[in-house]
Design a protein around this ligand. Structure first.
Ligand SMILES: Nc1nc2c(c(=O)[nH]1)N(C=O)[C@@H](CNc1ccc(C(=O)N[C@@H](CCC(=O)O)C(=O)O)cc1)CN2
Ligand SMILES: Nc1nc2c(ncn2[C@@H]2O[C@H](COP(=O)(O)OP(=O)(O)OP(=O)(O)O)[C@@H](O)[C@H]2O)c(=O)[nH]1
Length: 450
């Protein structure tokens, strides 16, 4: 891969020759904390801070030293470790030094301040990973996966980010690009040697396959974003339908982190849990409880707004009492709905096979409900495959697919133009051919020190 994409402009590249430093660990007290330094003067900076049996600048890469971290006046700030990575064998590809101390803000801010005195400048958000990208050690999708790993709240989000970092997404995209290049070659041969008679399948076959792969990738995008960003599930139903009990049952049956937080306005209750690896926020509207009975317009509007803001609606009807209309009509809203008949441990007042039977008391039907939620949120995106996890990636894949679809119907000359555009969109996805502002936008979301 090229040292950095040719289209990158001066802003992204600026300051690559200077040395950056940042606290790499989270704020607050911890057993250990890290100040990371990267750039040509990293070893010099380390020599100025670290006092041990040997100087960092005389140490081979891949080693760590034990010693003291000292201030400019010689005061010992803390004991600590110094890890030496010599470029290009480091995270950024440059010389990198890690100063690992005890993890208090008091120690870490002093170590960082000393690094800045010695000539480093504060790193911008994501700048270490940006440098790794510019050095060609990560593609843009991998850099986004690093962010995903830093921010992962659930095992599902972690799994997708880890797959992305391993390069699995880049490999999937490269497969599609390979097919497009083959189709392009067939078209070129047709244009250059029309009398040779290049078989039509040479062009159509790879194109069809590329189309199918792009469609599968795009189908994974929704799942990828849901698994990273999480999903909101709204519980809708008449008073007494069993919303709170179902919320408690779902939360209670999950092993993972439970954070019941009353809504700031006390109008609704939210509970966080993990369903099928997806961070899910269940929303139960307390404010609606009084108003829905009278089908008051404001209450229904609020419920509708809640449903529309949700990724998925669970619509509950009490199976033990005379059946009443749902309190609001969800047809015509984009919300997807799973309809439930509740309290199935009690004698049934009615049945309806279109609804999923659940009992919050016995737990009957909850596994089927969790399954239905998983399918509604993730579709059938294969778990072991790398998914598109950001809107930026999905947008690039969408454009690539549009060009492939166009290429399938156009005459050769125009088709080859469309395929080149499709390849350009794929190169954008992995960051091989991308505008500087796009790169900047990716790294703006990072934290300092990453
Ligand atoms: N202390 C610490 N932990 C960390 C990181 C780090 O930078 N520091 N990471 C980062 O954020 C992650 C690990 N990622 C890393 C990736 C590459 C290299 C690296 O130096 N690679 C070189 C050398 C490999 C080798 O010696 O075999 C290379 O690939 O050439 C280091 C960390 C997670 N844990
Ligand atoms: N037997 C049985 N009773 C249930 C079940 N779910 C809820 N109930 C009972 O039905 C009543 C209403 O349940 P809630 O969970 O408070 O219903 P809700 O929809 O949140 O009602 P509001 O708080 O008024 O909005 C309570 O007395 C529950 O104990 C169930 O699965 N089986």
């Amino acid at each position: 891969m090229a040292p950095f994409p040719a289209t990158l402009g001066p802003v992204t590249r600026s300051g690559l020759s200077d040395t950056i430093a940042a606290i790499a660990t989270a704020p607050g007290s911890a057993g250990v904390g890290i100040v990371r330094v990267s750039g040509p003067q990293a070893l010099e900076v380390a020599d100025g801070i670290f006092r041990g049996r040997r100087a960092p600048s005389t140490t081979r890469g891949g080693r760590f030293l034990f010693g003291e971290l000292v201030a400019d006046d010689g005061e010992v700030l803390d004991e600590g470790l110094c890890l030496v990575f010599r470029g290009p064998r480091s995270y950024t590809g440059e010389d990198v030094v890690e100063l690992q101390s005890h993890g208090s803000p008091a120690v870490l801010t002093r170590v960082l301040a000393r690094a800045l005195e010695l000539g480093a400048r504060p790193a911008r958000p994501g700048e270490f990973t940006l440098r790794a990208y510019l050095a060609g050690r990560l593609d843009l999708a991998q850099a986004e996966a690093v962010l995903g790993l830093v921010e992962a709240q659930t095992d599902g989000a972690r799994r997708q980010a880890s797959l992305g970092l391993s390069g699995a997404l880049g490999a999937r995209v490269a497969r599609v690009a390979g097919g497009l290049v083959r189709a392009l070659a067939a078209i070129q041969a047709m244009l250059d040697y029309p009398e040779e008679g290049v078989p039509d399948e040479d062009r159509a076959g790879p194109l069809l396959q590329a189309q199918a792969e792009l469609e599968a990738l795009l189908a994974s995008a929704r799942a990828g974003q849901v698994s990273t960003r999480g999903a909101r599930l709204a519980l809708i139903g008449r008073p007494n339908a069993g919303k709170s009990s179902l919320l408690n049952a779902l939360v209670g049956f999950e092993r993972s982190i439970v954070t019941p937080t009353p809504g700031t306005t006390r109008d609704y209750l939210e509970a966080g849990l993990e369903l099928a690896g997806v961070p899910v926020t269940l929303v139960d509207t307390a404010g609606l409880r009084e108003t829905l009975d009278e089908i008051e317009a404001a209450g229904v509007r609020q419920a509708r707004a809640l449903a529309e803001a949700a990724d998925l609606v669970l619509a509950l009807e009490d199976g033990s009492a005379a059946r009443e209309e749902l309190p609001l009509d969800l047809s015509g809203t984009p919300a997807r709905v799973i309809r439930l008949r509740t309290k199935t441990d009690l004698p049934a007042a009615w049945t309806d096979t279109a609804l999923l039977d659940v009992s919050a008391v016995t737990g009957a039907g909850l596994p089927a409900l969790r399954d239905a939620v998983r399918v509604a949120l993730l579709g059938d995106a294969a778990r072991g495959e790398a998914w598109l996890t950001t809107e930026r990636q999905a947008d690039a894949a969408r454009r690539a697919l549009e060009h492939v679809l166009a290429a399938r119907t156009l005459p050769d000359e125009l088709a080859s133009y469309e395929l080149e555009e499709a390849l350009r969109a794929l190169a954008e996805l992995t960051g091989q051919d991308v505008q500087e502002d796009v790169v900047d936008a990716v790294f703006r979301n990072f934290c300092v020190g990453k």
